[in-house]
Write a protein that binds this ligand. Sequence first.
Ligand code: CP
Ligand code: NVA
Length: 301
Amino acid sequence: MKHLLSIKELSQTQLLDILALAKKIKANPAEYRRALDGKSVVMLFEKPSLRTRVSFDIGINKLGGHCLYLDQQNGALGERESVADFATNISCWADAIVARTYLHSTIEKLAQYGSVPVINALSDLYHPCQALADFLSLSEQFDDISQARLAYVGDGNNVTHSLIYGAAILGLTMTVICPEGYFPDALVVMEAQALAEQNGGKLTLSADINQIEGHDAIYTDTWISMGDETSLAEIKERFSPYQVNAELMAKAGAKYFMHCLPAHRGVEVTDEVIDGKGSLILDQAENRMHAQNAVLVTLLS
Ligand code: CP
Ligand code: NVA
């Protein structure tokens, strides 16, 4: 494993190894206090962040490494100098690059031209660090994660893509329910369906919200992702049958609710559900750090 650009590059063994290492780091942080001794990580962010930025910064600190945040939210990446020059220059000093970008191709270019590992901290296509934390959170609830039945409801987006690949690699049963026109990328679905079949999992897509029945966890995300100019008023009516509320949780028979955050309370999810007993949102948020630290240790030591 050289980079983490997308979950799809991981074998089942690599993915399970990262989850196992994350659990070890979480349980015994003192053992990893010097794991990144002398290592520096540059974080480039073209978009805002709370969880990703803080969990990488504090996580790297806990591993004894050093982290430098480069704010690119004014659109400077690729403008003042090329992405390739960014990558080659940063590689002179840093040991890894963590990048949150608009275009996934920017992350690919950083990996192509740089000589250090690159970690995708969210692009228009994928959010692999999020999915790793999500599967870590699910694996804390299920002895055998492949037995978890996961439903994703709402907009088919970057988070959906990473979840779909991860579920397929781990052999989960996953159902993705989106309004017509908001399905995940067809190529991602095709590749994930093949992977699911190989690994004894099942990936189903539907626009019919009644397909929610028979799932252990319901996951949702914002209906409008960063960089999407669509107004909420424009899509609210279209998406309202897909809101995760108590009625939908009951219909699914779902014990757990998941969301990558930031959440829009009263929009894609009700307060009752997101603050309810089965909500895993803070496990997911905390596990961002442990999962990312496992990736950093794997890539850098
Ligand atoms: N879930 C997530 O990536 O949150 P941030 O956008 O706050 O980093
Ligand atoms: N799909 C969301 C995820 C935010 C963490 C976005 O890209 O804005």
